[in-house]
Write a protein that binds this ligand. Structure first.
Ligand code: PMT
Length: 407
């Protein structure tokens, strides 16, 4: 929550400016007081009236208000802010910030502020890749500015990434994480605990161009990993093929493709883990052989692919579980949900099962929400439909409760 936080939202003139409206809405909804500062070019993409009606404050663009002559103090604004986020930040605004070119209200406020500054760049690929942009970004980083970008991981190594602006929800998460680290809202109950999380699907190769897979996006597992890190845990995330950024820079991430690879990687970390959370949708079967060349349509009669069983990672790990370890499985069901979940709890030697059913709208694969029932040996608790972020928080709350029971 950002209740009472003062945030300056700087908007410069790029097509991604429309996304700032969503960001503004999210910030206000999270309780922040937001002052929008928009560059003259920004107003070509989005109207100050839209922004003012969402923030409840006139959007500032010029040093003086035209009709009243009122002067906007960039110094006061800089001091008022707890955080400044510039989204979108165009190549031009980034260049001005990096070089102190204070020719508009936004850059002037940036130069005056004592607050933490975040920048969400947005530009086309060539501008993003241009050496001058790379230099300017590197200058901002050296000046202590935090770059929020889907390509942020690549900045450190000076590689070229994509210039697309980060999604508003992810910018909100970065802002919340910043305030969390300043004043942790939640006591770090998992301090010193090692947690391993599996996430995403696995791909089982049929030939060099085809695989057997499933619809898992990895969102649920990534939110769990993020929440565990937020509570102070030392998190290892083993994930199948997903298109998600690592949710927290402190998380150690291993990308794998197949169930066998996920098994090997998980097995090597699980022994030293205090908590294991198996959120991945692992393929139960793989083709017995992966053909060396592409199966051709013409030559072949209808091919028959023989499948063999993959290891059950949760069950194998559960078999070797020590007394002081806490293992959580997921159950994705389509029928007899509770019965199947209870059976998995026992069969896989787990301490808790998070049940989600594909019969519930907004639950399971892909979506940003989930509806779960937590099943333990002596309890079953159902939750309403929530964002996967909030579901992760409920799951981790329950794990902590169970760990404390054992004390
Ligand atoms: O990734 P998202 O798009 O956000 O979707 C989230 C999710 C639906 C994938 C997630 O919430 C979920 O339910 N994950 C488990 C899916 C699953 O494979 O369920 P299962 O009932 O088949 O397996 C039971 C448990 O055994 C799971 O913890 C699973 O990770 C584990 N398992 C299963 C098979 C196998 N070979 N190895 C395993 O470890």
């Amino acid at each position: 929550m950002l209740k009472g936080k003062h945030i300056v939202l700087g908007i410069s003139g790029g097509i991604a400016a429309y996304k700032s409206v969503f960001l503004l809405r999210l910030l206000v909804k999270a309780g922040a007081e937001v002052q929008v500062v928009i560059t003259p070019n920004g107003k070509e993409f989005i109207t100050p009236v839209t922004l003012s009606s969402l923030s409840g404050k006139p959007a500032i663009s010029e040093f003086f208000t035209a009709n009243t002559g009122e002067w906007h103090s960039h110094v006061d604004l800089g001091l008022w802010a707890d955080l400044m986020i510039i989204a979108p930040a165009t190549a031009s605004t980034i260049a001005k910030m990096a070089n102190g070119v204070a020719d508009n209200m936004l850059v002037t406020s940036y130069l005056s502020t004592k607050a933490h500054v975040m920048v969400a760049p947005a530009m086309d690929l060539d501008m993003w890749a241009h050496p001058s942009t790379r230099r300017n970004i590197a200058t901002l980083v050296a000046d202590g500015v935090e770059i929020i970008s889907p390509a942020a991981g690549e900045l450190a190594s000076h590689l070229v990434g994509k210039g697309r602006m980060e999604e508003p929800q992810n910018i909100l998460k970065a802002i919340e994480s910043y305030f969390d680290t300043l004043h942790p809202a939640v006591p770090p109950a998992l301090n010193g605990k090692k947690v391993i999380v599996t996430a995403g699907p696995t791909h089982e190769k049929i030939d060099p161009v085809r695989f057997i897979g499933n619809y898992s996006s990895g969102k649920m597992g990534f939110e769990i990993a993020r929440e565990c890190a937020r509570r102070g845990a030392d998190v290892t995330l083993v994930c199948g093929p997903v298109a998600l950024p690592t949710p927290n820079p402190d998380i150690e991430r291993f990308d794998v493709t197949s169930a066998l690879e996920m098994y090997e990687t998980t097995r090597s970390f699980v022994q030293s883990a205090d908590i294991a959370i198996f959120a991945a949708a692992v393929a139960d079967y793989r083709p017995e052989v992966c053909r060396e060349s592409k199966i051709k349509r013409e030559k072949q009669q209808e091919p028959v692919i023989k499948l063999v069983k993959n290891p059950d990672i949760a069950a194998e790990c559960g078999r070797g579980k020590r007394k002081n370890q806490f293992f959580v499985g997921f159950a994705l069901e389509t029928d007899n949900e509770l019965e199947n979940a209870q059976e998995k709890l026992v069969k896989k030697n787990l301490d808790m099962i998070v049940l989600n059913s594909l019969r519930d709208q907004g639950a399971g694969f892909q979506c940003d929400t989930n509806k779960i029932t937590i099943v333990t040996a002596d309890d079953t608790v159902s939750f309403p439909l929530k964002s996967k972020t909030d579901v992760a928080s409920d799951v981790v709350d329950r794990i902590i409760l169970e760990l404390n029971k054992g004390k």
